[in-house]
Design a protein around this ligand. Structure first.
Ligand SMILES: [Zn+2]
Length: 281
């Protein structure tokens, strides 16, 4: 009766007949990603039926500036699947007076990452996007590319979104409006994050009284395009997380739309040089 221990998986029954259908699609997406040049190692080869396997990150920021109080200087700390320690750390940081943002994901760029119940339950587009996004991180590592973190994340985001569109176009012959709008929506989201990041930066430079910052957060919440990971709590740590994914997204988007996804992935050096020169300028 081992199956009793397995959580119920609420997959999209309008699209798939069984969990096996989704698992097969996951394998097909991997094949598609590999044809593009992406790397997966052994990731997404095995099922994991445990919901304990969600990966956790804690992002933290000082309240009076957009910077990390963590000893590493990084905006976040990764706790693997140890959510208990992550929650403890989040409490500690809050007690010390910092802004904290908790992040949970069903996959990581790890060659052994299994197919979790949460991945099977994700929206089809998001599952494909996430897999190809992580496939880019493993590709980046295998190629020894060493791009700055925020450029790598913008590239991974583009590869995930564009790759998911190309995959769905291939298997369905057309895209739904939702699928077609994904890149444009991510540009919208990037503009939104960049705008409020800038507003907060100038606010902290000019103001000693940080109690007024709550008005900016309320304003940011009202303006949130609500497309991606709308958070109940918008604070400095939330912006520290999102800025790495969005700061260079428009630049990456415009350049890779010209070059083409598979052309870029088969010979990335010229485009990378161009991207680096624009990022450093
Ligand atoms: Zn990433």
């Amino acid at each position: 009766m081992a199956s009793k221990r397995w959580p119920r998986i609420n997959f999209d029954k309008s699209k798939y007949k069984s969990i096996d259908d989704i698992f097969n699609e996951v394998q097909d997406v991997k094949k598609f990603g590999r044809q593009l040049g992406l790397e997966f190692g052994n990731a997404f080869s095995k099922m994991s039926f445990s919901r304990e396997r969600m990966y956790c990150w804690i992002y933290a920021s000082f309240k009076d500036e957009l910077s990390s109080p963590l000893p590493s200087g990084d905006p976040c700390e990764f706790f693997g699947t140890d959510s208990k320690t992550a929650i403890k750390k989040a409490r500690e940081l809050k007690k010390q007076g910092h802004d904290v943002h908790f992040r949970k994901e069903s996959i990581v760029p790890n060659e052994d990452c299994p197919v979790s119940p949460e991945l099977l339950e994700s929206h089809q587009f998001i599952r494909i996007e996430d897999m190809l996004h992580e496939g880019f991180h493993l590709y980046h590592e295998k190629k020894g590319m060493c791009l700055p973190y925020n450029l790598e994340e913008s590239l991974a985001s583009y590869v995930g979104l564009k790759g998911a569109q190309e995959y769905l176009l291939k298997i369905n012959g057309e895209l739904t409006t939702y699928e077609r709008n994904q890149l444009r929506n991510w540009i919208k989201f990037s503009n939104y994050i960049g705008r409020f990041y800038g507003i907060l930066e100038s606010f902290y430079k000019e103001n000693k009284d940080i109690s007024k910052r709550d008005e900016i957060f309320k304003w940011a919440k009202r303006e949130d395009p609500g497309l991606y990971e709308s958070q109940k709590i918008i604070n400095n740590a939330y912006f520290l997380r999102q800025i790495d994914y969005t700061r260079h997204f428009k630049l990456v988007h415009d350049m890779l739309e010209k070059v083409g996804l598979s052309n870029y992935l088969s010979s990335p050096s010229k485009t990378n040089k161009e991207l680096l020169s624009k990022v450093e300028a």
